[in-house]
Design a protein around this ligand. Structure first.
Ligand SMILES: Nc1ncnc2c1ncn2[C@@H]1O[C@H](COP(=O)(O)OP(=O)(O)O)[C@@H](O)[C@H]1O
Ligand SMILES: CC(C)(COP(=O)(O)O)[C@@H](O)C(=O)NCCC(=O)O
Ligand SMILES: [K+]
Length: 244
């Protein structure tokens, strides 16, 4: 079994994959403590693992990871990948972005793909049908936008993301929630429409912890897969198998 650890800015995902590449278990953990790590390692016969992080690890997490008795890959810009990275600063590129792209390209090789990862931040990443990752863009996530409207203004409240999303708000709360969610939706659809013109056979993946319900025509051409990043990490781990 493979142990996959994806540490994001909000939450860590700890998953177990079987040799056939199916997810056997996945737990959401604190990215400050990896509180479920020991539990999942006791429960399954883990043979090897991979970890990708976009934050500096706490001492507690470092200690827990170093205490694992299995070989671990610490994904960085030197790790061999099944794709080509054309990004000009691979050493600062987020490993969750790399993993998401690998996950998508593994599922649909030789295809132009846009991966949208709506997490703490929202990332838009493009890989071409030759397996070359061209780069992408970074945009504030849902909670970040709600937080910014509250923190960076005098009177706006901190609005909960859960609630009705109207086309046009008629209260302050509705106006903020609609402004954030519709803003994200139109931003995403703008990327999809613009890139679909440049790459007619473009496939679009939507992943990340935020839930979206698209009410527009493009909904059909978007593959939603919450587990794209961990699937990509599993692919990278298997691509670097050393005990064969
Ligand atoms: N169980 C959860 N824990 C934390 N955030 C969650 C959860 N489920 C959904 N979210 C939302 O998704 C965002 C985190 O997205 P995700 O991609 O899972 O995390 P990260 O950005 O840390 O990789 C949060 O900002 C929050 O809006
Ligand atoms: C853009 C991100 C913050 C997204 O992380 P997440 O929202 O998944 O926590 C992360 O990919 C990151 O820290 N990137 C480093 C900068 C770059 O990718 O160029
Ligand atoms: K993420």
């Amino acid at each position: 079994m493979n142990l996959i650890i994806d540490i994001g800015n909000t939450v860590a995902k700890v998953a177990v994959f079987n040799p056939e590449g199916s997810i056997i278990d996945i737990l959401y953990c604190s990215n400050k403590s990896l509180d479920h790590l020991c539990e999942i390692c006791r429960k399954y016969p883990i043979k090897r693992g991979i970890i990708a992080t976009v934050i500096d690890l706490t001492e507690e997490v470092e200690r827990k990871l170093k205490s694992l008795s299995i070989p671990m890959i610490w994904l960085d810009h030197t790790t061999p990948l099944p794709i080509t990275i054309l990004y000009k600063t691979p050493q600062t590129l987020g490993y969750d972005r790399v993993a998401g792209i690998v996950g998508a390209y593994t599922e649909f090789p030789n295809t132009n793909i846009l991966v949208i990862d709506a997490g703490t931040a929202i990332t838009y990443d493009f890989i071409d049908d030759k397996g070359q990752f061209h780069g992408g863009n970074i945009s504030p996530g849902i909670r970040m936008r709600l937080q910014a409207l509250h923190s960076l203004t005098g009177r706006l409240p901190l609005v909960d993301p859960d609630g009705e999303i109207k086309a046009l708000g008629q209260t302050t709360e509705e106006a903020i929630r609609a402004g954030v969610f519709k803003g994200v939706e139109f931003e995403m659809l703008g990327y999809v429409e613009r890139m679909s013109i440049q790459y007619p056979n473009l496939l679009v993946f939507l992943t990340g912890g935020n839930d979206f319900s698209f009410e527009t025509k493009l909904k059909s051409s978007i593959f939603a897969d919450r587990f794209l990043v961990i699937k990509g990490l599993n692919r990278i781990l298997n691509y670097n198998k050393w005990d064969e």
